[in-house]
Write a protein that binds this ligand. Structure first.
Ligand code: FES
Length: 86
């Protein structure tokens, strides 16, 4: 991920701490649901969806979910590694 992308992702993650936000428009997963899945051990977008008995549709939420996983777990994997692990 480029530096500019990291800056934007950090701003979005900080904003999400103030507001419950929809992360996955296709499946209606908000920040609380994604955080619950991560707390239960999900470490990839597919695992987050699986936790809520849904599947990835368009994939546009994957970057955000990966960022949330990195933020909460301190993982250093980039998005491609997290998605490739699925
Ligand atoms: S926004 Fe999550 S699968 Fe489309």
């Amino acid at each position: 991920m480029q530096l500019g992308g990291c800056w934007r992702l950090t701003v979005i993650l900080n904003m999400m701490q103030m507001v419950r936000m929809i992360i996955c428009v296709c499946r209606g997963l908000n920040t609380t649901k994604v955080n619950d899945a991560i707390a239960a051990g999900a470490r990839s977008p597919a695992q987050v969806h699986r936790h809520h008995d849904t599947k990835i549709n368009c994939g546009k939420c994957c970057e955000m979910v990966c960022g949330m996983i990195r933020e909460q777990t301190g993982a250093t994997n980039d998005d491609r590694q997290l998605v490739a692990a699925e």
